[in-house]
Design a protein around this ligand. Structure first.
Ligand code: FAD
Length: 284
């Protein structure tokens, strides 16, 4: 199908992009186009204006400062995967980027677009939630920071205002262990379950744990009961947490897999994360 007719603008600054959004309530930002363009082609979206962010230099780049990894919104999944800086300071983030789709999609798709799109089966929202990250956004009224917990309101829903642009994504990495993995039916597919876990290890015990699951439930979600059951425990002492994770989430059933199947693979992913924690603490 052909996309509906739309006007096109390619501003050079974030401020210009925001005023284009404010001037036309049916305008939409275009980043890598890897989610929006298929929606246009299927006529599931019909924006009157596309505001292309590709000429806004302020939106790209990766920095690490004071324990925070900052990724410009237009940074592609592929750039994150291949960044020597990310591979050095947070290799699990580079590995998480590599889980997304195929190289062709990763070369165009951006972290800002994926976070704004808020697909319940996407990797970045789960990573952001597990890492207690936040996004910096700018609108016509100024800039603000939104924590992951306040950003994701449900599948394909965020708390962004219509004239706001995500300018960057910040992930606190200092002193935290990060683990991200997923199960896909075929290489490159969306994950049937994605599990992201961050925690601290002290004297062989897990503390300050944050667990996020995507793909397996209707929206990206934390698992507070499993987190509480794991707090202060050794990785090998985690049966209560495993039981809690299986029980507390409402798993999705569809043509790709039943709820029971998704529960099982999420449990397996969690067990792998705990095994990795045991290895990191020298207890394996
Ligand atoms: P676009 O498609 O350009 O935009 C998506 C939405 O975000 C639009 O509503 C747009 O207005 C908004 N937006 C974009 N940038 C901003 C911004 N800076 N501020 C505010 N709003 C903004 N994704 C996964 O996570 N996992 C997968 O396994 C996966 N598999 C895929 C397989 C295929 C075949 C394809 C085509 C896509 C797949 N994707 C997957 C989606 C891909 O990751 C996209 O890159 C991502 O969802 C959207 O990023 P984008 O830059 O392409 O954004």
């Amino acid at each position: 199908m052909k996309s509906p007719v739309f006007a096109y603008a390619a501003p050079n600054t974030v401020a210009e992009a925001c005023s284009l959004l404010a001037d036309d309530e049916d305008a939409k930002l275009l980043a890598g186009g890897q989610s929006l363009v298929p929606l246009l082609a299927l006529r599931l979206a019909a924006p009157t204006t596309l505001v292309d962010l590709r000429l806004v230099p302020a939106l790209t780049g990766i920095t690490h400062d004071q324990g925070v990894l900052r990724l410009g919104a237009m940074t592609t999944h592929r750039s994150i995967e291949r960044s020597p800086l990310v591979q050095d300071v947070a290799p699990a983030i580079a590995e998480a980027a590599a889980l997304i789709a195929h190289p062709q999609v990763r070369t165009r798709g951006t972290i800002g677009g994926a976070v704004a799109h808020a697909d319940a089966a996407a990797e970045w929202p789960a990573v952001l939630l597990a890492m207690d990250g936040h996004v910096e956004v700018t609108g016509t009224g100024g800039s603000r920071s939104i924590s992951a917990g306040d950003l994701f309101m449900g599948p394909f829903m965020t708390s962004l205002e219509p004239d706001e642009v995500i300018t960057s994504v910040s992930l606190p990495i200092d002193g935290r262990e990060i683990w991200v993995d997923e199960h896909q039916r075929r290489h490159g597919d969306y994950g049937l379950s994605i599990l992201a876990m961050t925690y601290q290890l002290s004297d062989g015990l897990i503390t300050d744990v944050r667990l996020a699951v995507a793909g397996a439930t209707g929206s990206v979600t934390r698992a507070p009961e499993a987190e509480a059951a794991l707090e202060g425990r050794a990785p090998a002492d985690s049966n209560d947490a495993i039981t809690a994770l299986a029980a507390e989430l409402s798993y999705t059933s569809d043509i790709h897999g039943s709820a029971d199947y998704r529960r099982d693979i999420t449990t397996t992913l969690f067990q792998r994360a705990l095994r990795a924690a045991g290895e990191r603490s020298g207890q394996a």
